[in-house]
Design a protein around this ligand. Sequence first.
Ligand code: ARG
Length: 463
Amino acid sequence: MTEGGSNAMWGGRFSAGPDAIMEAINASIGFDRRLSDQDIRGSKAHAAMLAQQGILTQADAEAIRDGLDKVKAEIDAGDFAFSTALEDIHMNVESRLRELIGAAAGRLHTARSRNDQVATDFRLWVRDQCDAALTGIATLQRALVAQAESGADWVMPGFTHLQTAQPVTWGHHMMAYVEMLARDAGRFGDARARMNECPLGAAALAGTSFPIDRSATAAALGFDRPMANSLDAVSDRDFALEFLAASSICALHLSRLAEELVIWSSAQFRFVVLSDRFSTGSSIMPQKKNPDAAELIRAKIGRIVGASMALLVVMKGLPLAYSKDMQEDKEQVFDAADTLMLVLAAMDGMVRDMTANRDALEASASSGFSTATDLADWLVRELGLPFREAHHVTGALVALAEGRGVDLPDLNLADMQGVHPEIRAEVFDVLGVRNSVASRTSYGGTAPARVREQVARWKEALA
Ligand code: ARG
């Protein structure tokens, strides 16, 4: 489409075409071809609106619509010759349209600019990714809820500082991630709602003198309304930043679960067995079964947070309105979105397939003085000790047991009474880990009964 070495889109002012290096730094077609579907949808909505407003003839609008359908079919079939000389997806599509339908193609760009065009395309694309993230999150939540349901009363150690703290249930631990993911979904939902305004018709930056109907194009593209300020419409990318921020936090949550799976699947813990389908072997050590998927999920957050930082830095300090800097938004968001969908799917597969080792979980929960708090609470409840004193008495009993290399339930009543004479035999009831978790019935607590309530609530919400 270049004519006489210059560019047919703006060749009127130019006598020479671009240097090869200029073309290399300027072109975005290598990546923004991913916006072809959004670009063509936007153009069809724009052309239909122009005809409805009497700005285009019905015949031209129909030729444009049919031509755009052909362009889309060529792209979908892999038959489209993308050209770097044509810089970006917008000019590639328009140029091919001109080859297909002739001069009418030149009327499509009436009352619009690539600035509002790309802002519209990109919003449509990011909006789809919000929907994909919501679907991926819900799928993973279902897998976690299924794990929680089967192990609602399985006892495992709860940790603080990665030191045994108090017994909890497997179901409760799984449901903690369901809650985190619910807030992630909320963030994607909020971002989606906020970004769902249409930039199209802002034109280059100032709006247009043509009598366009921006509400019509907004509605045709599924937006709630047109954006109210043309300068803002073409020059902000906060919708993409919000998507990246929500993605970063979601990836962070996944990295924490991934880290737990790495630890839990080790020979030292044996809390879970990951399936062969989501593990790899070692080329030298025959015994190895490695949690590579979990490790990669733990690592891939780096790309997503990196994309978020990169776009923040690109946007920082840009004067209004459009600057070419903004072309640097796309690769970051594309990579982050691809990565997020992959890690959500991989985590879903791993969680769905994994088997928790109930016996190892309970054995581990029973060691490390995990019911020391239950003992202290008993001293408060039954003997009326102030909590601080109960804490002290319990500490002395832990030291006694530790010195003998045993756990709290292994001490006998005489040992206990040696530290506090009023301690009675019933105290042993609270030293068992099952009783411990069953007693934590406060709202949001780890008691199996409470976990089952949450499982039921989430099963209904995710159905
Ligand atoms: N490829 C450009 C981008 O991604 C499209 C908008 C170009 N606008 C302009 N005035 N050069 O941002």
